[in-house]
Design a protein around this ligand. Structure first.
Ligand code: GAR
Length: 189
């Protein structure tokens, strides 16, 4: 049995999609969802889906080993950032080499880095009249959006696509590919 821990900061639609994908698979379990937002919508989803969820604050995350201890207690095979917006501190990177992955809503290295998340990414892409965007699933290192790329998927943007329409296209790519990449990485271990 493989186990994963998910991190999320907001709505958690990717978390819900991943939970549903693995629901009927007996070889993977979602040990817990961790969030840095006390009122994040992802907590409502976890409640409804019967998934363990824990909240932590900035101090616990960046200045102590509290989150590290929680993660060690779950002994996860993979730690998945699914819409998580804080930089991962050194203690976690060192404790889980090649075990932390992130999804970014653009084709890295373009449109990455601090402040580039969610609709800010899609708005920048629209502003620059890009003709394609996509998703990047990558390993996490100490810098935002810079770890080794695992998989990228592209989608075309039409000149009249709105920011919400671009966001929807990207979300659909995420829903289709992210759970499958997670499953593949778990099977390869
Ligand atoms: C997703 O599109 C994810 O790629 C993005 O946040 C969204 C979360 O949506 N992540 C980043 O921007 C990380 N830099 P969700 O909460 O509905 O899953």
């Amino acid at each position: 049995m493989k186990s994963i821990v998910l991190f999320a900061s907001g709505s958690g639609s990717n978390v819900e999609n991943i939970v549903q994908f693995f629901q009927n698979k007996t070889n993977v379990t979602i040990a817990c969802v961790l969030t840095n937002k006390r009122d994040a919508k992802v907590l409502d989803r976890c409640n409804r889906l019967n998934i363990n969820a824990l909240y932590f604050n900035r101090n616990a995350f960046s200045k102590t080993d509290a989150v590290l201890k929680v993660l060690e207690s779950f002994n996860p095979d993979l730690i998945v950032l699914a819409g998580f917006l804080w930089k991962i501190p050194k203690n976690l990177i060192q404790a889980f080499p090649k075990k932390i992955i992130n999804i970014h809503p653009a084709l890295l290295p373009k449109y990455g880095g601090k402040g580039m998340y969610g609709d800010y990414v899609h708005a920048a892409i629209k502003e620059n009249k890009e003709t394609e965007t996509g998703i990047t699933i990558h390993y996490v290192n100490e810098n935002y959006d810079e770890g080794a790329i695992i998989q990228q998927e592209k989608v075309e943007i039409l000149s009249n696509d709105t920011v919400p329409e671009i966001a929807e296209k990207v979300h659909n790519l995420e829903y289709e590919h992210f759970p499958r990449v997670i499953e593949k990485l778990l099977l390869e271990q």
